[in-house]
Design a protein. Structure first.
Length: 294
């Protein structure tokens, strides 16, 4: 059974986040809501060195420990269904990674419906090029959650075409890797997921695709090349509608001869490693142990 903290949070999310977007009208209303301020909170800027710069018209934050110049880097791409800005939970995760002695690059990519995936790729490639001036790819990790995890997987698949080396590792939390949402097991999981509504996800996916086929590897990287990836760590709860596709991704990587490790948490909800709960703390500790090996 999941922890009390997880169950209480799930009840609140079902009421405040899922129910309002279970109808098409509700989903479209949220799609056009004003975006939050992506700037890191005050406690975060007091604890770390933070630099914001513009890269091709979009902001990217470089976060460093209070002292020293790290030799290792993490490119962290936040989730939010390609519609919502980076949240305090994301900044807490970034803080944990920085405290392990990493330079963390946090790109603030343009969100749907104003922006699409076509703008995001050029931006992320440019950010990664700049990051390689500070650390080697062998000491760089790509990490992300939800939509951001799908985006970094697609980015990694595309790097050879950009003439860029792949990072040493991928850390993917509750990755959204198939925007078609066509896996037959999703309806079975959806009734248990207190957060994600397929109605909402389909509206967000169409806006992010900007008219392109949702099955394209740039949108659904489970359909992209999986045979030459760095080692992949996958974190997923069993009460997450992305659970079936995350398991499918894990199996396909193995079939392609790659290396992946699937960390499943029974009863846990979407992006549970970011959530203040016993399950989240265990997963964060595991993530940080993995990062120490880079």
């Amino acid at each position: 059974m999941s922890s009390l903290a997880m169950r209480l949070l799930a009840a609140g999310l079902r009421r405040t986040r899922k129910r309002p977007v279970e109808s098409v009208d509700g989903a479209r209303k949220r799609l056009h809501e004003p975006k939050d301020d992506p700037a890191p909170p005050l406690w975060f800027t007091r604890r770390h060195r933070v630099d914001r710069r513009s890269v091709g018209g979009f902001d990217s934050y470089t976060v460093l420990p209070a002292h020293g110049e790290p030799a290792r880097s993490v490119l962290y791409v936040h989730g939010g269904s390609y519609v919502s800005e980076i949240s305090p939970w994301h900044w807490v995760m970034v803080a944990h990674i920085v405290d392990e002695g990493f330079r963390v690059e946090v790109p603030i990519y343009g969100l749907a419906p104003e922006h699409t995936h076509r703008e995001a790729f050029g931006f992320l490639v440019a950010v990664y090029r700049e990051l390689l001036a500070y650390t080697s790819p062998e000491r760089t990790v790509f990490a992300g959650d939800s939509a951001g995890a799908g985006l970094v997987l697609a980015l990694t698949q595309d790097l050879p075409a950009q003439g860029l080396p792949r990072p040493a590792r991928l850390l993917l939390v509750s990755p959204w890797v198939d925007l078609t949402l066509s896996h037959p097991d999703i309806p079975l999981i959806e009734v248990r997921d207190p957060w994600l509504s397929p109605v909402w996800l389909r509206e967000a996916a169409r806006a992010w695709a900007g008219g392109d086929d949702l099955a394209l590897p740039s949108l659904s990287p489970v359909n992209g090349p999986l045979d030459d990836l760095p080692p992949v760590d996958l974190y997923i709860g069993t009460a997450d509608v992305f659970h079936p596709d995350t398991r499918r991704l894990n199996d396909l990587i193995a079939l392609a001869g790659g290396t992946s490790e699937l960390y499943e948490e029974e009863g846990a909800i979407h992006v549970f490693p970011l959530i203040p709960s016993p399950e989240g703390r265990r997963a964060r500790a595991r993530i940080l142990r993995t990062l120490r090996t880079v």
